[in-house]
Design a protein around this ligand. Structure first.
Ligand code: 5AD
Ligand code: SF4
Length: 437
């Protein structure tokens, strides 16, 4: 048998920014155990799929990928990691012919080297999907590549149990990282030339470590000399800390942007979702936010077609969106997730046609609002952090971002990555701004 250390690993990442961050942690764990990394699937001896199961029929997608990879190269070893690990453990145990070789859940990444070694020495499938109440990977420095933007998980897991959401089951209980340790990581990022850091958590306002809460942590991160932009995602509206707004207002390096999931605008639906706030409370919170920071950008997530949602109840969501005038919104059709309370208690009874029609109407509304908001910026000057020296469409353009998280495309001159430049906004679509330096 060959040793694991001679093996090259390719990692494919699905889902949210937390998963992208986890992939960076996994890379560090592999590198420090003498594995090689490759960006080429065909060159790899081991392919790891870092999965997400928050929405859609992700299981089938991953099963197809597994077959595709094995079909292309029979001797490639395949590991399923992340949120779908638990589901796949059952598949693996019940269906011995399913060609996955190892499985590691979100709290088991440190065991990957030994799982792979056991696999190589015994030839038997291996898994570890134990969820931990303590693992925060605080001792691991992620292997980052971006150079300008860095993400840092400040907490893991979730205790909220929104009835539609699988995260509390796949990622386990909430636990927060030591703030000193987070600050040290930010200091190192500054030394490495990073300009912007986004603090990640399933529910950042639940952050708590000894006497430190999320607002304390934000102050500590904001005090790190040289960090130019700080963002965070996502807060829960039920206990959004108002004192944080004062800190955001005072500190120039905390961006004027909040991503705050609404999910639905109707009280009965919100109650059934176990969101623990109502329509008016959400509207009151937004108006408080806008009073303290008038030029703030607010984006959101919405689910349409939650079990039993009627047309009239859906119109409450429409109404909140119109009222708040979000800067952007991610609109999802409800999809039933295994183990969740909704899956156990509420039949998925809104028709696919109704879900589709509701998504279309909310997207139309959002598109109109986004365009209007972007057009209002034409003629203004915005501080743009340069994030890429080419765009998907052209190598004669560079791409950056405003403090309020809007993408700006500029003609290529002699800009440098990580520079912040004042830009005149000259044109706007609903998704991007165009500008000149
Ligand atoms: N169906 C549809 N959307 C969901 N989300 C979470 N669970 C589900 C589900 N079962 C959405 C929520 C959340 C975002 C990350 O994904 O809007 O904020
Ligand atoms: Fe899921 Fe709700 Fe936790 Fe967000 S707060 S991760 S939606 S359970």
């Amino acid at each position: 048998m060959t040793t694991a250390q001679a093996k090259k690993v390719f990692i494919e990442t699905y889902g949210c920014q937390m998963n992208v961050y986890d992939t960076e942690l996994i890379k560090s764990i592999l590198i420090s155990n003498q594995f090689g990394l490759t960006n080429s699937e065909t060159e790899a001896d081991i392919v790891m799929l870092n999965t997400c199961s928050v929405r859609d029929n992700a299981n089938r997608k991953i099963q197809n990928r597994v077959h595709e990879i094995k079909h292309a190269k029979k001797d490639t070893l395949i590991g399923v990691l992340g949120c779908m690990a638990t589901n796949f453990k059952t598949d693996l145990l019940e269906n011995k012919s399913f060609p996955i070789d190892f499985i590691a859940g979100p709290d088991s990444y440190k065991t990957l080297p030994s799982l792979i070694n056991s696999l190589l020495t015994t030839g038997n499938q291996q898994y570890d999907v134990t969820l931990s109440e303590f693992e925060t990977y605080s001792d691991i420095q992620p292997t980052r590549q971006d150079g300008v933007n860095a993400w840092i998980a400040i907490m893991r897991g979730c205790n909220n149990f929104c009835t539609f959401c699988v995260v509390p089951y796949t990622r386990g209980r909430e636990r927060s990282r030591n703030p000193q340790n987070i600050v040290e990581e930010v200091k190192q990022l500054v030394k490495d030339g990073y300009k912007q850091v986004t603090l990640l958590g399933q529910n950042v306002n639940s952050y708590r470590y000894e006497q430190y809460d999320f607002t304390d942590l934000m102050k500590m991160v904001s005090d790190v000399e040289g960090i130019e932009r700080i963002r965070y995602t996502s807060p829960h509206p039920k206990d959004y800390p108002i004192k944080l707004l004062e800190v955001m207002k005072e500190r120039h390096n905390i961006c004027n942007q909040i991503h705050m999931p609404l999910q639905a605008g109707n009280d009965r639906v919100l109650h059934k979702m176990n969101r623990t706030y109502g329509k008016q409370e959400f509207l009151d919170l937004v108006s408080q936010i806008k009073t303290i920071i008038p030029n703030i950008a607010i984006s959101t997530d919405i689910i349409v077609g939650f079990p039993t949602e009627t047309e009239t109840e859906f119109l409450d969501t429409y109404d909140v969106m119109e009222n708040v005038q979000f800067d952007s919104a991610f609109i999802f059709k409800y999809s039933e997730r295994p183990n969740t309370r909704a899956a156990q208690k509420f039949p998925d009874d809104v028709s696919e046609d109704d879900k589709k029609s509701r998504v279309i109407r909310l997207n139309d509304l959002q598109n109109t609002m986004s365009l209007k908001k972007n057009q209002a910026l034409i003629g203004t000057t915005q501080a743009v952090l340069i994030e890429a020296l080419a765009t998907k469409k052209s190598s004669n353009e560079v791409q950056g971002r405003t403090d309020c998280n809007r993408i700006v495309i500029l003609p290529k001159q002699n800009q440098e990555l990580g520079q912040t430049l004042p830009c005149l906004i000259t044109d706007a679509t609903r998704n991007v701004l165009k500008g000149s330096v």
